[in-house]
Design a binder for this molecule. Structure first.
Ligand code: ATP
Length: 278
């Protein structure tokens, strides 16, 4: 093909370039009050089943804790929900209609699913406010002009989030000067500015002081209702302090589900985890 042919092909009026087509916003349908459906999910790495026919249903506005020993499959489950890992079989639906397995990682983020990894990844050389500003602009997609001024609505949202994460007084401080706990809250704030429907939070209190842990418990419980929050955590005392419903994973499947008291008294959980930390 000559360069002329190539140019003609690119400029052809009926040519549709996927990256130029306007995004069709998918409407989240939570009419059955369930925001996340995971059914029969299996993922194998070199024949090893990290997830094994896993079923999980999370209600809209719920705060769910996901616990289980190292290697139980918690991270793999988060990776599939957020489009980072492909599954071998199963279904993952966001509300009644959005099939997450057909979406890419950025599309899933745009749909309103935010993920926070264990280690904070804030921009240390930027102020707390700038971190939130960058995040709210980035959430608008790759075509959004990062140099554009914040709208009044965006500014209000940032102020609201600063209040929520308890960093209003630190808004002009460099993020690098924050304590470990404050960095974690800032990163949660960076997700919140985009007003996600579902938040996946990995080990939020690892390395925090008792006071920071307590503040984090208040923050996460205050988010539930407006947002659905799934927290992966090893700190059982923290889980007890925030959890209404706990899901215990074991070898890639759900071993038990219920209140903290129910799962701790569950015969299967006792048999598997007796004498060891969950
Ligand atoms: N990319 C990969 N390649 C090979 N094996 C993997 C991969 N990712 C995870 N695994 C394996 O799958 C299993 C489940 O891992 P996963 O990280 O999901 O567990 P986890 O419950 O999150 O553990 P932890 O609490 O230690 O984070 C583990 O045995 C792990 O070694």
């Amino acid at each position: 093909m000559t360069w002329l042919d190539k140019t003609r092909e690119i400029m052809a009026p009926d040519r549709v370039w996927p990256f130029l087509t306007p995004e069709v916003p998918a409407t989240l349908d939570v009419s059955k009050n369930v925001i996340l459906y995971v059914e029969g999910l299996s993922v194998a790495f070199d024949g090893f089943k990290a997830l094994n026919d896993l079923n999980l249903y999370v209600d809209d506005g719920e705060l769910r804790c996901l616990i289980g020993a190292n290697g139980a499959g918690k991270t793999t489950l988060m990776d599939v929900i957020t489009g980072k890992t492909q599954c071998d079989s199963g279904d993952v639906y966001f509300g009644q209609t959005i099939n997450l397995l057909q979406r890419s990682e950025p599309e899933i983020a745009q749909l309103g699913i935010g993920r926070k990894f264990q280690k904070p990844t804030v921009f240390e050389a930027q102020s707390v406010f700038s971190n939130l500003e960058l995040s709210i602009k980035a959430s608008k997609g790759i075509w959004y002009n990062l140099r554009a001024n914040l709208s009044g609505e965006q500014r209000d949202r940032i102020d609201f989030v600063l209040e929520l994460i308890g960093l209003k007084a630190q808004h002009s401080m460099l993020a690098g000067a924050l304590s470990h706990g404050q960095k974690q809250w800032l990163e949660i704030g960076m997700l919140l500015v985009a007003d996600p429907k579902l938040l996946l939070i990995d080990e939020p209190v690892a390395g925090m002081t008792p006071q920071e842990t307590e503040r984090t418990a208040e923050l996460l419980t205050s988010l539930a209702g407006d947002h659905t929050v799934i927290v992966v955590e090893h700190d059982m005392e923290f889980v007890r302090s925030i959890a209404r419903k706990v899901t215990v994973l074991h070898q890639g499947s759900v071993l038990a589900e219920g209140t903290m008291d129910e799962v701790q008294n569950n015969a299967d959980v006792i048999e598997v985890y007796l004498g060891s930390e969950l």
